[in-house]
Design a protein around this ligand. Sequence first.
Ligand code: SF4
Length: 382
Amino acid sequence: MNLQAKADKIGLYCHVPFCASTCDFCAFYQEKPRRQDIQRYFDCIEQELLKSGITRDIDTIFWGGGTPGLLAAKDLERLGKAVQAVCRGPVEEWTVEMAPSVVKLDKLKVLKDLGVTRISMGVQSFNPKLLESLGRLHAPNQIFQALERIQQVGFDAVNLDLIFSIPGQTWELLEEDLKQATTLGVDHLSTYCLTFEEDTALYVKLSEGKITRDEDQEIDLYKRTWAYLEEAGYAQYEVSNFARPGKECLHNINTWKMHEWLGVGPSASSQIDGFRFTNASDLSAWQEGVEQGKPAYQERVPLDDTILATDTLIFGLRMNQGVCLNRLKERYPKMNWACFNAFWEDLEAEGLLTRQSGLITLTQEGRLLADWIGTQLLDLNT
Ligand code: SF4
């Protein structure tokens, strides 16, 4: 993706905050759907999109949540029309997240007609016991049925999300999940190591000692997963993301490269026109803000070269292609680039990073430490 060509276009993220129940690991903002909330949500999304005054071309759209796929076919259509109303030209990629238990043919047909190109399905595991321990509602046979329907309607790309390092999950059990996922004919897989976020049911169980976390096993599972997926023809392009050639998620790459995007819906974040801001993670507060023309932000930060350069490094280094320091220096001339020099040397000496003509890339060992490297970069930036 050419930085200059990309500069005028933006991504559009739409947060649909409804879920049938709360998964035990989930820290995303979501609510149980009530009919009156859904109606008011649509009214407000339409207003928020119109009031955003977007004049830029939108080249990628992502509906996340929550569970966008939980909406009825006619509601998906209404949301799609609202989004289309602010798109001035063709959209290159349009992703909708769906949970296996809510994938129905009528919904898929509406999405296809709207121009959706990519379905991302939260599978997490194919093992019934592990699914139960995550508090997921679906059964393995629903995953296969959902995928059959998705493939029947036909989308350009399909992603499956998997979680690993679930308490009780050995490598053999994870290998079964990977084997299943890679034989289903999908072209993108996201694999996330289970995290224990505060205020989740799993975090409570961890604090009570009912489950344990094994960091050595996590590293082992990371390495084995990466090797397995490479062997199966899925190239890693980011710490947690793997794709067949040409099937990488453009919307996420846009975000990781710190280009611009607009987020609508409660808890959605935006980065646009010199500011980064996050809508209130509360349906009522967000709705009142939109209705009164006074957006309720939980955070709004003016952007400068130091913030953007550091974040471009943090997210860019998670990608296998790495980052070109020469280009970033042109893009963010006011950043004090020298503050990272000693750190790059240390990482290189430890075999965690390679440097070649301005391009810096993490090695596999480095990518395993990407979170730690990110926190170091935040500490060092001045
Ligand atoms: S379906 Fe997704 S957003 Fe909803 S509770 Fe589960 S993980 Fe969270």
